[in-house]
Design a protein around this ligand. Structure first.
Ligand SMILES: *Cc1c(COP(=O)(O)O)cnc(C)c1O
Length: 361
């Protein structure tokens, strides 16, 4: 078989090898059906089984009760920046947003088209190097919801715990850390995640919504923008992204077979520790770019002594089979994305390469 690289890209990102091989095996003819999942009707019996399994397995993984609906939509997390305010902002017509990075800013931009936005906190003046403390949040208790971004993909920061928001529904963009650990789903009104970072190919967006919130979705909304319509149609108001849902479903099964999200979290903590220890133990050659207590387990961001060395580091890493280490164009530096599917062995080899590079440069 062809050799695979260590893919440290921020997204679309690495998928579990077991999932790829499984999908490859069934690509030409899905389990004796004589056709690929890509070719079959979304209303047929086989796909119905695939999407129902994906729903059931995700419920198992996160212990999601019947008071929540799961949707598999399109348009990425970006469409959720619009759908969330369009559906949830009325009748109060104001919302709290916590701004911890570029994606959060983009979500605010869309919310402002719908109604007034209260910025409960922002760390933009500090270049988003940290997550605000609970005591810094200026939450309007009368708002329709509080929106936050659990993991800041570009900056490499992550919330350790959800912000405490009282009785106001909590809404989370979990695009870059969804399913990296167990959550108490009952703390959330709505969680959404574009699949291409931690759960599947681009094109699918998972939305988990507490059912009582569906009452807010007005009939006057454009049909595709209305959560209630999607729930009533089991994510099949229009043709869903069938192949993406199938792959996400395989990833859910992969996580269940591993032992679930507590096991996944243990592995993620281990992997991140190996890398951060190497950064902190490099005598200042490698420097983490964020507040230590807010470091992301998914996107590890750091710098070298200068930009020329960073360029050389990325080039040489590439020759050794490490792809996708270049930091986001807006911040520079190095970003190693070590999502669920990235293996511990890959992190160990990256750390060995970093030590070698330091010695030679
Ligand atoms: C990647 C990302 C997005 C954008 O996702 P799309 O699927 O491209 O719309 C939004 N939020 C976060 C936190 C992300 O990491």
């Amino acid at each position: 078989m062809e050799k695979r690289i260590y893919n440290l890209s921020a997204g679309p990102a690495i998928l579990p090898e077991e999932v790829l091989l499984d999908a490859q095996k069934d690509l030409y003819s899905y389990k004796g059906s004589g056709m690929s999942v890509m070719e079959m009707s979304h209303r047929g019996k086989i796909f119905d089984g695939i999407i129902k399994d994906a729903d059931a397995d995700l419920r198992k993984l996160l212990n999601i009760g019947d008071n929540y609906s799961i949707l598999f939509l399109q348009g990425g997390a970006t469409l959720q920046f619009s759908m969330v305010p369009l559906n949830l902002m009325p009748p109060k017509n104001k919302a709290n947003y916590i701004v911890t990075g570029s994606w959060a800013k983009k979500s605010v931009k869309e919310a402002k088209r719908v109604g007034p936005v209260n910025i409960a906190a922002s760390t933009e003046s500090e270049n988003f190097v940290r997550i605000p403390k609970q005591s810094e949040l200026k939450l309007d208790p009368d708002a329709s919801y509080v929106h936050f971004t659990s993991n800041n993909t570009i900056y490499g920061t992550q919330w350790r715990n959800e912000p405490e928001v009282g009785n106001v529904p909590l809404v989370c963009d979990a695009s870059s850390d969804f399913l990296h650990k167990m959550l108490d789903i009952n703390k959330y009104g709505l969680i959404y995640a574009g699949a291409q970072k931690n759960i599947g190919p681009s094109g699918v967006t998972v939305v988990i919504i507490r059912k009582d919130l569906l009452e807010r979705s007005s009939d006057s909304l454009h049909t595709y923008m209305n959560y209630k319509i999607h729930v009533e149609n089991d994510s099949m108001y229009n043709t869903p992204t069938t192949f993406g849902i199938y792959i996400a479903g395989l990833v859910f099964k992969w996580l269940l077979n591993m032992g679930g999200l507590n096991e996944m979290y243990k592995r993620n903590l281990e992997k991140a520790k190996i890398l951060y220890d190497a950064i902190d133990g490099s005598g200042g050659y490698y420097k983490g770019t964020t507040a230590i207590e807010d470091r992301s387990l998914m996107n590890v961001t750091y710098k070298l002594p200068n930009e020329d060395l960073e360029k050389k580091f990325i080039d040489e890493a590439k020759k050794k089979g490490f792809e996708g280490l270049k930091g986001h164009r807006s911040v520079g530096g190095i970003r190693a994305s070590i999502y669920n599917a990235f293996p511990k062995k890959g992190v160990e080899e990256l750390v060995a390469f970093m030590e070698e590079f330091k010695k030679n440069n």
